[in-house]
Design a binder for this molecule. Structure first.
Ligand code: C5P
Length: 236
């Protein structure tokens, strides 16, 4: 089994991020660099994490005109990230441009292309929030619509909430990778996450990767917390 744990490095500095990477690299599968860390520490943080050999998920959720997104994906591929995100609501042309940029650049650099992940509906948006911006207010239907569009445009992965995994597994090809946050071990605080699954439940439902932040990074012993989650996944 591959190690499906992606640790969300939701910290504001290069130093804090590298400290976590050093502790956790042996027991997790990848590290997620999001907007806070990238904006404060810059691409250097990605280079430094890659230099340790660890995989990087660059979660900047690109959403722009196709040419701009393609250039941003190319820049991310140059940084040698293994996964990155784009908003599926950017439309088919943008999604195709993102996937093509990932593939073309990888060929040029003779590397495996980064997995371009489509983000469907932000979990902060509910029926009312979707109605306000003039889109289909049924959250589930909108998620399915954007997931199908992303896959049709060639994306090989999607980000989804734990409670969407089972439904998406019914409507998308089996080789599409599902990456899910909102994961809480049975004994952990829920923090501000409302609809969670345990690591084991999420994998059983069909997730390929689990994004986990506070249950690991805010634990007294992050490495032990990550090790315990990994062990829970290996139990029969
Ligand atoms: O600390 P926690 O495990 O809740 O962190 C989850 C990570 O996944 C954070 O980086 C958060 O921004 C991200 N995320 C999320 N829910 C979403 C999308 C992303 O929690 N719907």
């Amino acid at each position: 089994m591959h190690n499906p744990i992606i640790v969300a490095l939701d910290v504001p500095s290069l130093e804090a991020a590298l400290k976590l990477v050093e502790q956790l690299a042996p027991v997790v599968g990848a590290f997620k660099v999001g907007k806070e860390l990238f904006v404060s520490a810059g691409p250097e943080v990605v280079r430094k994490i890659r230099a340790t050999g660890a995989a990087v998920f660059l979660d900047l959720k690109f959403h722009d005109i196709p040419n701009t997104v393609a250039k941003a994906v190319e820049a991310a591929a140059q940084l040698d990230v293994q996964m990155l995100t784009v908003h599926a609501s950017g439309g088919s042309e943008m999604l195709r441009a993102a996937e093509q940029a990932a593939q073309a650049n990888a060929r040029k650099l003779r590397r495996t292309p980064p997995l371009v992940l489509g983000v469907t509906v932000l979990t902060s948006l509910d029926r009312e929030g979707l109605g306000e911006i003039g889109v289909e207010p049924n959250v589930g239907r909108q998620v399915e619509r954007l997931a199908s569009l992303a896959v049709k445009c060639g994306l090989r992965g999607l980000v989804c909430s734990p409670l969407e995994i089972a439904r998406l597994r019914q409507i998308i090809p089996a080789d599409v990778q599902l990456v899910t946050p909102g994961i809480r071990p049975p004994d952990a605080e829920k923090d501000d996450q409302k609809r969670t699954l345990s690591p084991k439940e999420a994998i059983h439902a069909g997730a390929n990767w689990l994004v986990i932040g506070r249950p690991i990074c805010a634990a007294e012993h992050p490495r032990a917390a990550a090790g315990k989650i990994l062990a829970s996944l290996q139990e029969p």
